[in-house]
Design a protein around this ligand. Structure first.
Ligand code: NAD
Length: 502
């Protein structure tokens, strides 16, 4: 066991970044704890209503100048931001492991995916172009231009502290808007680092603001008449009942990417070794705290006799349990570790409650992650090992609710149609995957399934920065999505001009 050097040696005192200044908050201060070691690594304020209002004011003031800054100059800020992120790539990744718990490989992947959004936004001079047509009537021309709107609020979840706000930040800035970012108060350090880099990259004072905190900051954003739109990523109850509802009432644009319960179908003709290996990262990557994580594995008996199906089901379950039992759990800064802790002890207790319910409701517990077995000597506060249930049905809590932890529910479906019905009976529609070697079946799956992100022999359907991060039903509220061209449209107004010269 070798632990990589920790970049945070003493607890950091985090501040807000408003109008180009680093300000201490008057709000209550809370600890940010490394879930693997139990050590306090930062102290973060829960800012006040006045502080969020001041940030919106600063952003509004900066907007007048920033929107007039040529797109090419704004793109250069993105290039500088990208360079700084590349220079600090390893430090940024280790910080994510310390504040969230994910393994260093997962953190490096997250850093890379975040930077890719900055890279895409450097193309803004081309992406922001409108279109035109001469002679819509004799001597009259018409054209469309895209203009920024003003100030946007960006609210992040705890599970991807570095990457998720970057689904929005670079596009908002490159299109000429100003922003106020509110990171998750559970792991806000990465976002403070990005704000520091934005300052160093020469993004002018007031264009990029960061206000730490929780509900008070969010409600301050939602109530503020000068916030034109909100980008939110988090749970469905907050995303729907708080964010989407309030944005509707106040007429703000909104992207609300929410919770999930993702199904993975294994067909009899699937490649067994490839499927099981892919399932491990899908169900247990990020300790299951991923909106794209596999939750329900459906073993489909399409075309099989009863006997053949039983044998196929057993083969899948045995291989799944055997491979999951070998996953090495520990502190993510140990490069041999494959799964880190849950983000905090409440999240662990929540997952443990689901495991208890699974047992009570009659599912078969094939691998009990409550028996914690660690690489290294760490406090057991937030750790769990992988759990596998089989013979799960959709009326059980573990079969229908979002657990957000390292628990796999294996289910049966006699045929393909039944499996599709199972997906559709879930209120969520974030992602679904099929494992098969039958192209027609895969095409049918893609065509029929009501989910925003579809995987064909892929377990984590994470769209690249130049594609939208989609989602349907209770997993997404809004019209346009984060990332790429859709984000650029979200952050701009389409203005149409018709001109004639006498
Ligand atoms: P959360 O809803 O608890 O918190 C998200 C953000 O909202 C945080 O910044 C938090 O401070 C704030 N918040 C929490 N409660 C609030 C309230 N009552 N009023 C106002 N603001 C509030 O979500 P989380 O636990 O941080 O993240 C996990 C959830 O996010 C999971 O459900 C996961 O599926 C979802 N998620 C979805 C996507 C996606 O793209 N669909 C991506 C990542 C995570």
């Amino acid at each position: 066991m070798t632990i990589l050097e920790e970049p945070i040696k003493e607890p950091l005192m985090l501040r807000n970044y408003v109008g180009g200044e680093w300000l201490e908050s008057k709000g209550e201060i809370v600890d940010v704890v490394n879930p693997a070691t139990g050590k306090v690594i930062a102290k973060v304020p829960t800012s006040t209503k006045d502080e969020i209002n001041a940030a919106v004011e600063a952003a509004k003031e900066a907007f007048a100048e920033w929107r007039r800054t040529p797109p090419l100059a704004r793109a250069r800020c993105m290039f500088r931001l990208k360079d700084l992120m590349e220079e600090q790539f390893e430090e940024l990744s280790r910080i994510q492991t310390m504040e969230h718990g994910k393994t260093i490989d997962e953190s490096r992947g997250e850093t890379r995916r975040g930077i890719e959004n900055v890279e895409v936004a450097t193309g803004i001079p081309s992406f922001m172009m409108g279109y035109n047509l001469e002679d819509i009537a004799s001597g009259i021309d018409e054209y469309l231009i895209r203009q920024p709107l003003g100030v946007f609020g960006i609210i992040g979840p705890f599970n991807f502290p570095f990457m998720v706000p970057l689904w929005f930040i670079p596009y908002a800035l490159a299109t000429g808007n100003c922003i106020v970012v509110k990171p998750s108060s559970e792991d806000p350090i990465s976002q403070v680092k990005i704000a520091e880099m934005a300052e160093e990259a020469g993004i002018p004072a007031g264009v990029y603001n960061l206000v730490n905190g929780g509900r008070t900051v969010v409600s301050g954003m939602l109530d503020h008449p000068d916030i034109k739109g909100i980008c939110f990523v988090g749970s469905t109850p907050v995303g729907h009942d708080v964010i989407y509802r309030k944005c509707g009432e106040t007429g703000k644009r909104v992207i609300a990417q929410c919770g999930a319960k993702n199904f993975l179908l294994v067909m009899p003709d699937a490649d067994l070794a490839g499927t099981i290996a892919t399932c491990m990262t899908s169900f247990y990557g990020n300790a299951g705290q991923r909106c794209l994580a596999g939750a329900n594995l459906v073993v489909v008996g399409e075309g099989l006799s009863e006997q053949e199906y039983d044998a196929f089901y057993k083969k899948i379950v045995d291989a799944f349990v055997d491979t999951a039992s070998k996953i090495r759990v520990g502190y993510g800064l140990d490069e041999l570790v494959q799964m880190g802790p849950l983000r905090d002890k409440d999240k662990k207790h929540n997952v443990v409650r689901f495991i208890e319910k699974g047992v009570e409701e009659g599912a078969r517990l094939r691998l009990d992650g409550r028996k914690v077995n660690l690489v290294g000597d760490w406090p057991h506060t937030c750790f769990l090992n992988p759990t596998v249930f089989d013979e799960v049905t959709q009326d059980m809590a573990i079969g229908k609710d979002e657990i957000f932890g390292p628990v796999a529910s294996i289910m049966r479906a006699k045929g393909f149609d039944e499996a599709i019905e199972m997906i559709h009976s879930s209120p969520f529609g974030n992602s679904a995957s099929i494992f098969t070697s039958n192209g027609k079946m895969a095409r049918e799956f893609q065509y029929r399934v009501e989910c925003g992100n579809i995987g064909i022999n892929v377990g984590i359907v994470a769209p690249m920065a130049f594609f939208p991060f989609s989602g349907m039903k209770d997993s997404f509220f809004g019209v346009l999505h984060g990332q790429g061209q859709e984000a650029i449209r979200f952050f701009t107004e389409s203005k149409v001009v018709i001109q004639r010269w006498f």
